[in-house]
Design a protein around this ligand. Sequence first.
Ligand SMILES: Cc1cc2nc3c(=O)[nH]c(=O)nc-3n(C[C@H](O)[C@H](O)[C@H](O)COP(=O)(O)OP(=O)(O)OC[C@H]3O[C@@H](n4cnc5c(N)ncnc54)[C@H](O)[C@@H]3O)c2cc1C
Length: 516
Amino acid sequence: MASSTIRHVVVVGGGSAGWLTAGLIAAEHRANSPDGLRVTLVESPDVATIGVGEGTWPSMRDTLRRIGVSESDFLRECDAAFKQGSLFARWSSGQDNDYYFHPFSLPQGYGEANLVERWQEAHTGVPFADLASYQPHLCMAGRAPKQAATPEFAAVANYGYHLDAGKFGQFLKKHCLERLGVHYVPDHVLGIESHEDGDIAALRTRHHGLLKGDLFVDCTGMRALLLGQHYGVPFLSQQHVLFNDTALAVQVPYASDDTPIASQTTSTAQRAGWIWDIGLPTRRGVGHVYSSAHTSDEQAERDLRAYLAASGGPQDCPTPRKISFQPGYREHFWHRNCVAVGLSSGFIEPLEASALAMVELSAAMIVDEMPVTRDHMDAVAHRFNDTFRYRWERVIDFLKLHYVLSRREDSAYWLDNRTPKSIPERLQELLSLWRYRAPMRGDFPRIEEVFPTASWQYVLYGMGWRNEAGATRRGDGLLADSYFREAADLTRRMLPALPANRELLAHIRSHGLPRH
Ligand SMILES: Cc1cc2nc3c(=O)[nH]c(=O)nc-3n(C[C@H](O)[C@H](O)[C@H](O)COP(=O)(O)OP(=O)(O)OC[C@H]3O[C@@H](n4cnc5c(N)ncnc54)[C@H](O)[C@@H]3O)c2cc1C
């Protein structure tokens, strides 16, 4: 039988998911003190990490703060920059002038006034996000989200990061080993030893013998060594909803050392997918995500090269790296004394960059609900599974929203994306509710929803959705107008007060940010 008290957590895998999870558990459960939890991370020297995953949400600021790193060190060592949201180009009509923002800041007056109704009534000449938020204007001007005097992790405008995934893993590893008391075993896991009841007793490693533990966290990436291969927990493919299953990724230099660093991820729709464009201080990360059922690898590469040529990329673009994936997630995530975090629990195309946010949410829930005994664990597992099944479903609905509202007709890909059988029933129901009213908080009633209602509004109206007349309830148009004026006023004041991204990052490189 497994020991009754949970004392030793073993994390398998040293990608972003493994180090973030080990770091959070170690920091919050005092792994560096004798009466804290013991945390061990085992990582195979033979299996590389996925090496992509460059866009984060604002939640990463809290995660890094909880782990106890310095933001200045993080920015310098991970070649990181600030991300204030996403810009979607050519998603709706496919034309040159077709774009909208999904900023990280909530609309001014969010929850206080019916902004959408007033926008539709009086201001549709301006995109909804541009009217309700100052942030699209900061992004268009390439502004940083804070000043040199703003303390670490504090924001003037809400922000997450763009980062180098490889450097991020190394940075977290160093912090976990030097500061947080995580034990490190560089070794390949060959097999699993079980207790009679089916719990995992130990991992069989190539050079370090048996590695015993009480709770095992599967962060082995798409292999899902423990949850998938050992326990056989089914994988629920979502390819019938979200078709993309392949990515071609490249890293390209800037045209010159002073090329501005973009404040947002730009996602430009293509004939059979879309291209991400992420600006780091020293290079861009660009990738084409597409459906292999709708285009060939050769055509996808030609489209990627055409995008690079048109957007200031180098003449001789490096050969892209191809990554194949099956979109979907596990039927459940916590099974017996094993919980999966990261790609082992599932992966859906990186539109809206939700994967690392799901890692953070998973690690935070494990930390907050850390079972005290083995008996206690089943109830925690049940809640964890319920919470994350709900979250995966919301992620899928939200990503699908970007496709179902498109008016593009230039390829089978866009038409197939709008066939009713590819649209989850939950999303269809929401869309029929939203025919006559804007998304509201009650539509997403859980605490810590993955996407706030504001995000649904930004995408819905950014894609050109309009509510039909018919609502008889009166909105307060004057109040909404006062918030729109507030957004415009903030824009006027912030634009001259905030430095350009490159300027602030150069300052941080030499002087750092003030610490609290
Ligand atoms: C094309 C693409 C773009 C993406 N873009 C984004 C983005 O913009 N934003 C975002 O949030 N996410 C993004 N993601 C997802 C993101 O990359 C991952 O969620 C994140 O990197 C976490 O990966 P991981 O740690 O789960 O897996 P991996 O990085 O694959 O790590 C797996 C680890 O398991 C270890 N391992 C495997 N087998 C064994 C074994 N037998 N014994 C011991 N160790 C073993 C490996 O050595 C490795 O250390 C993207 C993913 C893809 C595919």
